[in-house]
Design a protein around this ligand. Structure first.
Ligand code: BGC
Length: 750
């Protein structure tokens, strides 16, 4: 390897001295030094070099990129894979370009680099931000060892429509849960010391409202009014920015007609002026030119102008800013102030990451991929993310089980179980449920495997009858069904949320045998599995669980681990209920508890005989599975809820508590959840909002007092008119195992 470090140290010293390095920086804070360095460097840059920093290119080949890098026309490269390539590119930037500015290397490291963790939706199901932070740290350690110092994650888009394939990439439907998970992910990637060579800059995306795409169709328009934007879609971004996220990515959608990449209100008014964000904004892939496709800009010149003036700092791949920036300045359509703002924001991030001191990656250090610690954390995450939706007692599998029939297209599909956005994880390192079951059972139990369907979309039903015969000779059937990884993620939307292919037929046939059927679903979204819940003795739901999904699921099934995941999204009965979420506002005509449905309504009924209330004649009023739901192998009893005071002022802090008891025979982990309702507001309010949660592990018979501190200021929201405040009045609170149940306690804010 070239001694890049030495060569660079010499060049860097030269650069510093050419930076007006006379100033005494010894009395400055770290931040002041960075600002000083940014200003000094900026003052030496030509307009072309400034526009170059705003330009991000996708990796093609070193030779192809060399001229542009040498000419200072590239600020960042995405999609490099190895340290050798990164060093070669970096060498061109820091040795051969006039100002020696290092490149920022980036990649979509979404839920792990080599060691793949559960998809973010699964990580949301853990309700365990500390574990999510650890997963992000591991991803950063692995990715940064190849020179990647910037990832396009976390996605903190609130997603309430499972047709939208990208629901897989976020933490679910809830602003509070997503805020905690997003912030934890940022901390995990970046660490407290950004200049640590393993720190990886986070990119919070997609700013903003992308998950509200009409009809759950990716890239579709959104129509989110400002109040809903502020109350539902912005908090998770604010939390990530407050956690220190260095970059933010614009979204592909237009909201109320304004594409995010040209939206001054979100990029300047909110992000910069209200939140004080001082990192940089990158567009999503090609989104500056995308303004032309939207019909929001006439050509690349117009698109570049609109995105710069709106507050974009770096353009991902479409090159419109680089090509048109100089003319826009000449024509006075953009000011040099806007360009300097953008370039300063980018340089600030590069200085913070220590790239100027440390542009190269050690190609000789031992591999940090798939270390035992990383695999252990990935397994823990997969265990905690699995949600037990039903169990008639068949789980955990009894010691008396001697013949297990394993079926289904996801039982031994190492690539599919990793889920969407896996560019670097290798299926050769993935352990499937079949492999793990065989390993764990050894010779003690006969494990028979029949995939029945070759892949999830397989419609060939010819092997079902053989499986039914085999099932009759088994003590239990373990069916692994769901979605191939390709069926969720970007641009992978579905208008039907039933299990694809002949999976329904297979489960129905197996469910009719006398042998208990345990169904394990591995998918990128909540599917409409009402039939499968009815036909199975137990159902375990695992959002694509990653590299260690097999051992995690096998341990859960066998009782070596205990299920503790909770639904981070509401599961619909029928796709027509989408978008569906628990925090709906109170309507004027709520449904009754037991509405008469479609097939029970007498023929010739008069129009108003079923009342005029808010429910579907076919799907009824309820979800299939509510938000926050998940069973364990034990039972928990919630005591009465106590509140520190039933009358509080806006500056007070409430303490809400209950006593939780494990009333079952085995240890278990409960996710205790605190919900609040603001009963009357200047606008209508959600019927419940998650405010706190805690994972609590109890031994059989053990009780524990669970207390939540809730500052009353946490009850603030964007009121009418648009002011963020707590409105005095009546509130209700629940401490409960999920969003659907529990007895409320009342309090008043004076
Ligand atoms: C996606 C982003 C991603 C980017 C870079 C886009 O298509 O929307 O989420 O980070 O590509 O790969």
């Amino acid at each position: 390897m070239t001694n890049y470090k030495l060569v660079f140290a010499i060049t860097f010293a030269a650069l510093l001295s050419s930076c007006g390095g006379n100033k005494n920086t010894s009395s400055m804070t770290k931040e002041e030094i960075i600002e000083y360095r940014v200003d000094t460097l900026l003052s030496q840059m030509t307009l072309e070099e400034k526009l170059g920093q705003m330009n991000q290119l996708s990796f093609s080949s070193i030779e192809a990129l060399q001229p542009a890098i040498e000419a200072g026309k590239v600020g960042s490269i995405l999609n490099t894979e190895d340290a050798k390539t990164v060093n070669a590119l970096q060498h061109i930037a820091v040795e051969k370009s006039r100002l020696h500015i290092p490149l920022l290397m980036s990649r979509d490291v979404i839920h792990g680099f080599k060691t793949i963790f559960p998809i973010p939706l699964g990580q949301g199901a853990t309700f365990d931000p500390a574990l999510v932070q650890k997963g992000a740290r591991i991803a950063a350690v692995e990715a940064s060892s190849t020179g990647i110092r910037w990832t396009f994650s976390p996605m903190v888009d609130i997603a309430r429509d499972a047709r939208w394939g990208r629901m897989a990439e976020g933490y679910g439907e809830d602003p509070y849960l997503t805020s905690l998970m997003g912030a934890a992910t940022v901390r995990g990637y970046q660490t407290a010391d950004l200049s640590d060579p393993t720190a990886m800059a986070a990119c919070v995306k997609h700013f903003v409202g992308y998950g509200a795409a009409e009809s759950g169709l990716d890239y579709n328009s959104t129509f989110i009014p400002e109040r809903q934007l502020r109350n539902v879609y912005l908090p998770s971004f604010k939390a990530s920015v407050d956690a220190g996220a260095l970059t933010v990515m614009t979204s592909f959608n237009d909201n109320d007609g304004v594409p995010s990449t040209g939206n001054t209100f979100i990029l300047k008014d909110i992000l910069r002026n209200e939140w004080g964000f001082n990192g940089f904004v990158v567009t999503d892939w090609g989104s500056t030119s995308g303004l032309i496709v939207h019909g929001f800009a006439t050509d690349a010149y117009d698109a570049a102008m609109k995105s710069i003036n709106a507050g974009v700092d770096m353009e991902m791949v479409s090159g419109a800013i680089l090509a048109n920036g100089a003319k826009l300045i000449d024509d006075k359509r953009i000011s040099m102030g806007e360009i300097d703002r953008a370039v300063s924001n980018i340089l600030r991030v590069k200085f913070s990451l220590g790239l100027f001191e440390n542009p190269y990656t050690d190609e000789t250090s031992p591999s940090v991929m798939y270390t035992p610690d990383h695999l252990k954390a990935a397994k823990k995450s997969a265990i905690e993310s699995a949600i037990l939706l039903k169990n008639d007692g068949v789980l955990p599998l009894k010691k008396s089980v001697k013949r297990v029939l394993v079926v289904g297209p996801l039982a031994d599909a190492p690539y599919e179980q990793m889920g969407t956005w896996v560019f670097d994880g290798e299926k050769e390192h993935t352990i499937t449920p079949l492999a793990a079951l065989k390993e764990m059972y050894g010779d003690r139990v006969k494990v028979t495997y029949m995939s029945v369907l070759d892949y999830s979309r397989d419609r060939n039903t010819s092997k079902i009858s053989a499986a039914v015969s085999a099932a009759r000779r088994a003590d239990v059937i373990l069916a692994f069904v769901g979605e191939e990884s390709f069926l969720s993620g970007e641009a992978h939307c579905l208008a039907d949320l039933n299990l694809v292919g002949a999976q329904k037929e297979m489960l129905r046939a197996l469910g009719k045998t006398a042998t208990p059927l345990v169904t394990v679903v591995m998918a990128g979204r909540p599917l409409t599995i009402g039939d499968e819940l009815a036909e199975s003795a137990a159902v375990l739901y695992s959002f694509h669980p990653g590299t260690m999904g097999g051992p995690a699921l096998a341990e859960l099934l066998m009782g070596d681990a205990s299920p503790s995941g909770r639904t981070p999204v509401t599961f619909p009965r029928m796709v027509g209920q989408e978008p569906i979420y628990y925090a709906r506002h109170q309507v004027e005509r709520p449904a009754n508890e037991n509405e008469v449905l479609l097939y029970d309504i007498p023929v010739g009924s008069s129009q108003t005989s079923t009342g005029c209330r808010s429910f579907y004649l076919d799907a009824g009023k309820d979800a299939l599975v509510p938000f926050g739901f998940g069973l364990t192998y034990t039972t928990f009893k919630y005591g009465e809820v106590h509140i520190s005071s039933s009358e509080v002022g806006v500056k007070d802090t409430l303490t809400l508590s209950t006593t939780l008891t494990n009333t079952g025979k085995v240890a278990g982990t409960e996710v205790v959840q605190l919900y609040v309702q603001d009963c009357v507001g200047s606008v209508t309010r959600p019927m419940k909002e998650l405010k706190r949660f805690r994972r609590v592990t109890l031994q059989p018979g053990e009780s524990q007092k669970v207390s939540f501190q809730l500052p009353v200021s946490d009850l603030a929201y964007w009121t009418y008119p648009m002011v963020y405040k707590v409105e005095p009045g009546d509130f209700k609170a629940w401490i409960s195992p999920n969003s659907k149940v529990g007895t409320p306690i009342s309090f008043v804010v004076k």
